[in-house]
Design a protein around this ligand. Structure first.
Ligand SMILES: [Zn+2]
Length: 238
């Protein structure tokens, strides 16, 4: 095959590989997935905290309930003692009344706390439900995005492998002097290989003389543009 055509193909493969390597949308995707992971982690932690608080409240309510039952029992016992007329001593009577008042106050404060906790329990219940819903949707979006991302990574790796293989094959086919000049010039200008279109260098739009063009077409060697230094490639349309 024509050496210049091989060089042209080599340059196309190298350009494609560079483009594949530089996939910017992947970086955006990576950032998005990372953020989702953090969000997910925060949501989970928050949910755990809420569940813990919910359980704590349940324990407090149970404890309060038990305590109230005891207090009411004690109250009933003292009231029974007072009202059935078995207490004759005024001092004991007054002492019992004081005990009753204290018991009532304690019961009131325990019941107030329980009520407060029940209100909070309801709020937490709602928050937990909301959190679970959000968490589920985040998980769904994360899973979908991760699948797309993994698929994309696989695609890129396949493309890289294929292009790399093609580049190696082309480099084997291209004669060393051609390859060396190409590689050497490539360091300074990109793309180094440009087509000649209507007697013009498409790299810099400078005209090329008919004689020079004929030389390029007839001799298979490397010609560079006298103006921009790029390698000129004339497509063989015969
Ligand atoms: Zn030029």
């Amino acid at each position: 095959m024509d050496q210049m055509l091989l060089l042209w193909k080599l340059q196309s493969c190298e350009t494609s590989l560079e483009e594949v390597n530089e996939k910017k949308n992947l970086a955006t995707m990576e950032r998005k997935i990372k953020k989702m992971k953090i969000d997910h982690c925060n949501l989970r932690n928050n949910l755990k905290k809420l569940i813990r608080e919910y359980k704590d409240i349940e324990n407090i309510l149970m404890k309060n309930n038990h305590q109230c039952k005891n207090l009411y029992f004690q109250l009933k016992e003292i009231e029974k003692e007072i009202y059935d007329g078995s207490v004759n001593d005024l001092k004991i009577y007054q002492k019992r009344e004081k005990e009753i008042n204290l018991l009532k106050e304690t019961i009131q404060s325990v019941e107030d706390q329980s009520l407060e906790k029940m209100i909070r329990k309801e709020e937490i219940q709602k928050e937990i439900l909301k959190n679970k819903k959000v968490l589920k949707s985040v998980e769904k979006i994360y899973k979908e995005s991760k699948e797309i991302y993994d698929e994309e990574i696989k695609n890129i790796e396949n493309q890289q492998k294929e292009l790399q293989g093609n580049i190696e094959k082309l480099q084997e086919k291209i004669e060393k002097p051609f390859l060396d000049i190409y590689k050497n010039l490539k360091k300074d200008i990109k793309p180094i290989l440009v087509k000649v279109d209507r007697e013009t260098c498409t790299g810099c739009n400078m005209g090329i003389s008919i004689i020079r063009l004929k030389n390029i077409q007839q001799n298979e060697t490397i010609y560079t543009c006298e103006n921009c230094g790029r390698i000129l490639y004339v497509e063989d349309i015969s």
